[in-house]
Design a binder for this molecule. Structure first.
Ligand SMILES: NC(=O)c1ccc[n+]([C@@H]2O[C@H](COP(=O)([O-])OP(=O)(O)OC[C@H]3O[C@@H](n4cnc5c(N)ncnc54)[C@H](OP(=O)(O)O)[C@@H]3O)[C@@H](O)[C@H]2O)c1
Length: 225
């Protein structure tokens, strides 16, 4: 069974998730970081695209030891699994994910990924294949479900978010809107990709809540079937 998918990201008031240089940018504050850590802790896995690994090199680690302890008491691994969507097995072998944080790292590649790169990554961690030339997210979700992932948190970036949203492979969207403007027509937005042109193609949402956190707002949307 596919996991319950929660998309979580932070964007500026003008909808950008990073600068034109695509470098990791602080958009929210301390209270929102605590919320994100708690969402990571309640998820079985957290996921990013290879683009985010190349620009931000995130460890995706759980920061709170209390939350890790609570997971253990609940019979779960102390840290959620960390998943990278990487069609061509380009995950750098010296990524922070391999150095920091304790959750299992799973690299999802396509069946076209070079075997020597898969072999090198497999020496470090778990590699699974989904999709012929690009990672097939639907197939990947089925595989993650079989691996025991019941709740998946998708953290970005904009290309992966577009794929999940345009293929309607999500249940909830939690988007933090920060009190700043980034601008720039090449800055990544909450959803890049090719975009829809027809009104009846737009995925529709229902607003569940709007909550002020730090000096911004957290919007929680549910997918409308
Ligand atoms: N503010 C936030 O909350 C937040 C969070 C995360 C990231 N970011 C920002 O987002 C930016 C990175 O975004 P990005 O769009 O460049 O990269 P991305 O979405 O992290 O990764 C995109 C890459 O994933 C791979 N991929 C494999 N299968 C895919 C599929 N089915 N659909 C879509 N992509 C697939 C593709 O490369 P291959 O074909 O080579 O596999 C694609 O180029 C950075 O600036 C980062 O700072 C912001």
């Amino acid at each position: 069974m596919k996991p319950y998918v929660i998309i979580n990201a932070a964007m500026s008031a003008d909808g950008k998730i990073s600068t034109p240089l695509r470098k990791q940018t602080k958009i929210s504050g301390a209270d929102d970081f605590t919320r994100v850590d708690a969402l990571r802790a309640e998820s079985d896995a957290v996921l990013v695209g290879i683009g985010t690994v190349k620009t931000d090199d995130p460890s995706l680690r759980l920061k709170s030891e209390e939350l890790a302890d609570a997971r253990v008491k609940a019979g779960k691994p102390a840290h959620p699994m960390r998943v990278v969507v990487d069609s061509h097995a380009e995950m750098p072998l010296d990524s922070d994910m391999f150095k920091k944080g304790l959750g299992e790292v799973v690299i999802v590649v396509s069946r076209a990924a070079p075997e020597e790169k898969i072999a090198a990554l497999s020496e470090k961690t778990t590699v699974i294949k989904a999709g012929d030339t690009r990672v097939d997210l639907s197939e990947m979700l089925e595989m993650l479900g079989e691996m025991g992932v019941k709740q998946l948190m998708v953290e970005g970036g904009s290309t992966i978010l577009w794929s999940f949203m345009s293929q309607r492979l999500f249940d909830e969207i939690r988007i933090y809107v920060g009190a700043l403007i980034i601008g720039g027509k090449t800055s990544p937005t909450f959803a890049d990709g090719e975009g829809f042109t027809e009104v009846d193609e737009f995925p529709r949402l229902t607003l569940k809540s709007a909550e002020k956190i730090d000096d911004g707002i957290l919007l929680t949307w549910m997918k409308k079937e």
